[in-house]
Design a protein around this ligand. Structure first.
Ligand code: ATP
Ligand code: MG
Length: 487
């Protein structure tokens, strides 16, 4: 199966071989070569110890517990800049479903392949001899697009429970199916996933969300019993019937929205918020006797709070948490162009952030498609979008005002301090109402007037935008809690 292997990699392999060591490509890169795809990274395995590898490659680094040595190459290609070389390893006992108690090196290639997760990943390849070492029938599994555990699936999942989620992630990325015995073993071992660190779960979940087929993958994670240990909040949406505008229950609606985000190749933030945007619906559902239908008032407020909790628990970055929470919070924005004013649109943009308004519009599209409505962008929504474009030419954030902090400090004759921010935000509120006020002259004279106000009054003015929103949120949540008889 002569495969295309870059010269940088061939050099690393032959350098090891010249010193008398065995050297093979192994893992994902061999799998990808067999599939006819270009590997994202290249892993080399060898019978040399980490110290021996380092002596063969002086320009290398070794700073982990797994024996992996990184070798720097001259390559411009980022996937080739560092080649990772790992000695053959055997993994001994596992006592925590997370990682082996100790890492032991071996002189045997078969030992190393045996510890790998799936047969498709347990193939070694030597380009020089065009030799494939495939003791578990991995090539066949790749041909059949099957994910099959190496050895006893249940034992392998009890050694490292993350492998269960890796199976689903790899299925989503490669468009493979999980073989039935391996799938049954996941179903039987699913609760073990709770032993895995949130960071490792987050990384696999992120790749599922970023894959071309996230809907199928999350459905599968649910069916095999993993989802309930990762985002149980999503399962509340199963059989949570919606109002007449919807064809699907909340869970399926969320997955269809997510899938549309993937089909459109929208950003990770849009995808994640598509998955979570209605997570607050089950908790806010009421039956309205007059309407003879369900209502979900405030679900975006509850949903935003739940989103923050979920993503914090899964150790997502503060930036991701902040953006996704905001997108969920504002996904119900009012978009009837015949009834809305430009200043309301400007406030909308201010709420979600200039940098995220595009994503909010994309999320709305996903929401619509996920509902089962045929048209993606009806006329009125296009009209709303053009209003957004128009509003974006107006000042929407403090940074876009024709006055800056330095000048406000001069006017105040003191600072920096909270007063400066209050004045700038109070000025922004005025400009959001009427953008023609955004002149240096007008804002300077208003700043002078504001500077005379007692601090408490100034603070109220400066925080009006934010506090108005927070007050509304709090009221809404309180009302919902009362209905639920919880405090
Ligand atoms: P990709 O790079 O596309 O994510 P990959 O299969 O290369 O896919 P890596 O996480 O880079 O995945 O892992 C490299 C190889 O290490 C895998 O192909 C597999 O052989 C092995 N491996 C990784 N994680 C595990 C694990 N948890 N248990 C057993 N083997 C693993
Ligand atoms: Mg890899």
């Amino acid at each position: 199966m002569k495969k295309d292997v870059p010269s940088e990699i061939l050099n690393v392999l032959s350098t090891l071989e010249e010193k008398g060591f065995a050297a093979y490509l192994v893992g994902g890169c061999v799998r990808d070569l067999i599939r006819g795809k270009t590997p994202k990274d290249w892993d080399v395995t060898t019978d040399a110890t980490p110290e021996e590898i380092q002596s063969v490659f002086p320009d290398s680094f070794y700073e982990n517990d797994f024996g992996t040595v990184g070798v720097k190459t001259e390559s411009e290609d980022p996937t080739l800049k560092v080649v990772e070389i790992t000695p053959y390893r055997v993994e001994s006992t596992y006592s925590n479903a997370r990682h082996p108690d100790e890492v032991t090196f071996s002189k045997n290639l078969e030992d190393d392949l045996k510890r790998r997760d799936f047969t498709m990943n347990a193939i070694a390849y030597s380009p020089k001899n065009d030799l494939v070492v495939d003791p578990y029938g991995g090539e066949e599994a790749i041909r059949l697009k099957r994910i099959i555990a190496v050895g006893n699936a249940q034992e392998r999942f009890s050694e490292d429970a993350l492998r269960m989620l890796r199976a689903i992630r790899l299925a989503a990325e490669l468009n493979f199916a999980i073989e039935s015995e391996t799938a049954a073993a996941i179903a039987a071992s699913a609760p073990l996933i709770t032993k895995v660190s949130a960071e490792r779960v987050r990384d696999e979940l992120s790749r599922i969300v970023a894959s071309p087929t996230p809907m199928q993958a999350v459905f599968l994670a649910q069916r095999l019993g993993l989802l309930t240990h990762i985002i149980p909040e999503l399962e509340e949406g199963i059989n949570c019937e919606q109002n007449q505008a919807h064809s699907y229950d909340v869970f399926e609606h969320l997955l269809r929205s997510l899938q549309h985000a993937a089909d459109k190749e929208y950003s990770f933030h849009v995808r994640l918020s598509a998955l979570l945007h209605d997570v607050g619906k089950p908790a806010s559902r009421r039956y309205d006797d007059e309407k003879k239908d369900y209502t979900f008032y405030g679900h975006e407020v509850i949903g935003a709070r739940m989103t923050k909790k979920i993503l914090t628990r899964l150790k997502f970055s503060t930036e991701t948490i902040d953006v996704v929470e905001r997108l969920v919070r504002w996904h119900m924005f009012f978009s009837d162009p015949d009834q809305i004013t430009l200043s309301a649109v400007r406030r909308m943009i201010r709420n979600v952030g200039v940098d995220h308004i595009q994503e909010l519009l994309e999320l709305r599209t996903c929401d619509r498609i996920g509902t089962g409505r045929p048209k993606e962008q009806p006329f009125r929504f296009r009209k709303y979008k053009s209003m957004v474009d128009e509003a974006l030419r107006d000042p929407i954030s403090v940074g876009m005002l024709k006055i800056d902090g330095t000048h406000v400090i001069e006017i105040l004759g003191s600072g920096p301090g909270p007063k400066v921010g209050w004045i700038l935000h109070a000025l922004l509120e005025e400009v959001l109402d009427d953008p023609t006020r955004n002149t240096h002259e007008y804002l300077s004279s208003r700043a002078e007037t504001l500077a005379q106000l007692p601090p408490e009054e100034l603070q109220t003015l400066g925080e009006q935008g934010r506090s108005r929103r927070e007050e509304e949120d709090t009221k809404e949540v309180e009302a919902l809690r009362k209905k639920h008889h919880v405090t």
